[in-house]
Design a protein around this ligand. Structure first.
Ligand SMILES: O=C(COP(=O)(O)O)N(O)CCCCO
Ligand code: NA
Ligand SMILES: [Zn+2]
Length: 305
């Protein structure tokens, strides 16, 4: 069933598990997300960035909404990294049940102002809101303390931000970063900071940049002709620990991108005569389902629906 972000994330925070929020850009990715969640009896969030809306528009949103409505587990459709009030309202008009307003690159007061506007409008329509405070960025151990603080979310500031905006859930910067290169080896995740914020804030917390960038997929990607550098993702153990301390929504895009393109490259390389799209995108859907299954198990949401 199609539900709001709060319907999924409030129980997740209370139950000390996290829910995967996976980016989609087409039918096969959407099917892999929702069908895998159903098979594992797991709540799940499907998210579209503004780029995905540009690419697939209402057609793609309607695929998500229809699968979500028919799903046997709770599914929310979430706007990822909404860049403006207008973008958030457009998403709500398209049928999204959760919207992020990401004004984290603005000064605190402006972030508060932008976020509060979206919260007021979204709540008037029964839609949940995600906001962000702090700068996502891979933090290396060698980084000096004050530079770390310039990046990562300040717990006391987070309390002020939530009080002044009314956001339903909060994306925090705790050492994760977007993309396939999250640090040299295992990225440093500031668990003490997550714990502190979770002690001060009862609302669901959100971790962006949480793809694991599995080495096995990276190797298969290279073997099938893909070019990728020294890729590294978030360790499963770090996600499991974060879920114990308030992280309830975990964003994953890169892992699905890698899985889809690895599978497509392998089919094209192994069977050069193949030109049936179902034989090309079917295996991609299957490999994405495997990646999603692993993530749902790591986050602890299996069997929660
Ligand atoms: O936080 C994430 C996903 O992070 P990751 O790149 O670790 O999958 N997102 O918000 C998805 C869009 C950003 C580019 O991928
Ligand atoms: Na988001
Ligand atoms: Zn993100």
């Amino acid at each position: 069933m199609l539900v709001t972000g709060n319907d999924i994330l409030i129980p997740a925070r209370a139950g000390k598990y996290a829910v995967g929020s996976f980016n989609t850009n087409n039918m096969e990715i959407t099917q892999a997300i929702i069908h895998t969640a159903e098979r594992l009896r797991s709540p799940v969030m499907v998210q579209m960035s503004e780029g995905a809306i540009k690419y697939g528009g209402q057609d793609l949103a309607d695929i998500v909404i229809d699968l979500a409505q028919r799903a046997s587990v709770p599914v929310a459709l979430h706007l990822d990294h909404g860049s403006s009030y207008e973008s958030a309202l457009r998403a709500i008009k398209m049928g999204f049940t959760s919207v992020m307003i990401d004004a984290s690159h603005h000064p605190f007061e402006e972030n508060v102002h932008e976020t509060r506007r979206v919260v007021e409008a979204a709540h008037a329509m029964g839609i949940s809101v995600e906001a962000e405070l702090g700068r996502l960025g891979g933090i290396e151990e060698h980084v000096v303390v004050d530079e770390k603080d310039a990046f990562l979310t300040d717990p006391e500031e987070a309390v002020q931000f939530v009080e002044q905006t009314g956001t339903d859930y909060l994306a925090i910067a705790i050492g994760t970063s977007h993309g396939a290169y999250k640090g040299k080896g295992r990225p440093f995740i500031d668990h003490a900071r997550i714990k502190r914020i979770s002690e001060l804030l009862p609302i669901p917390l959100v971790a962006h940049g949480s793809s694991g960038v599995p080495a096995e997929i990276v190797q298969r990607f290279r073997d099938a002709g893909g070019e990728i550098g020294d890729a590294a993702g978030i360790a499963d153990e770090d996600l499991q620990q974060a879920a114990q301390f308030g992280i309830a929504k975990v964003n994953v895009d890169t892992d699905l991108r890698l899985a889809m393109t690895t599978a497509v490259r392998e089919v094209l390389q192994k069977t050069p005569k193949e030109f049936d799209p179902r034989k090309i995108f079917g295996p991609a859907r299957d490999l994405m389902s495997q990646v999603i299954e692993h993530k749902l198990r790591v986050l602890g949401s299996v069997g929660k629906a």
